[in-house]
Design a protein around this ligand. Sequence first.
Ligand SMILES: Nc1nc2c(ncn2[C@@H]2O[C@H](COP(=O)(O)OP(=O)(O)OP(=O)(O)O)[C@@H](O)[C@H]2O)c(=O)[nH]1
Ligand SMILES: [Mg+2]
Length: 260
Amino acid sequence: MPGTGLAAIMRGMAEWTLTMVLPTFNERDNIRPLIEGILGTARCPTQVLVVDDDSPDGTWQIVAEMARDDPRVHLLRRADVRGLTSAIAAGIARADTALVGWMDCDLSMPPECVADLVDAVARGADIAIGSRYVPGGRNARYSWTGRAFSRAINLFAALLLGWQVRDYTSGFVVARRSVFDRISLRGDYGEYCIDLLARAQRMGYRIAEVPYICVERRSGESKTASSVWGYLRRGRKYVAIVLRLWWEGGSRRREEARSS
Ligand SMILES: Nc1nc2c(ncn2[C@@H]2O[C@H](COP(=O)(O)OP(=O)(O)OP(=O)(O)O)[C@@H](O)[C@H]2O)c(=O)[nH]1
Ligand SMILES: [Mg+2]
């Protein structure tokens, strides 16, 4: 992108269009303020695509109502499947904009930060992530076990996969749509993000981290167990994916060394 000044960025922004994929399961009280927050603070043409897995609390009804009044709001209601990673992947598959992104819909991630992620891509990144672990970012959730678990898994991931990324489990992303012509998401829950960022780095994509402060969900219930056992169960999957990526990286390096 020619020039990095504000004027050049603003000129470039007009070229960008964004689809923000919003995966929801029982986010009735959060979804309207989230969508209004994203669309109200957008600095490039933006639409939202809510992928709802037939939430019993009727989240999809609120989105359908909003979609009737605003052409920027879209709903994909899935009746026969459930799952965070598959919901995000379904949204990416439908996005026909230059940029695609996603975030949690519990208002733990600030909607106004989406525009900052778009700016980071306009400045030259292929993937921009909201980060709790770069200066200015913070995990301000109440549970110390949750904070410690997140910190530990991210230090472990950075140690084995590279310090270029500090928040491997971010889940708050804006990227060039074309990245997903080469990479598809793998895994069922948060581990997909570690996998995506590690593979993207290896393929030479530029990843930018934008600080944000992660807060407690505003309303509704967490879909992930927040007991120590729950963290350990989830942690096993995260550790397994980090080890697998580390091993794959090592085999690739050995292969390259042999053939050179
Ligand atoms: N479509 C869809 N969305 C889901 C599913 N499970 C979780 N989500 C959404 O994924 C996002 C993250 O879920 P949360 O319940 O906040 O769980 P978390 O962020 O992993 O964990 P905590 O915030 O620590 O409780 C939210 O927007 C959820 O509504 C699912 O099966 N299908
Ligand atoms: Mg959450």
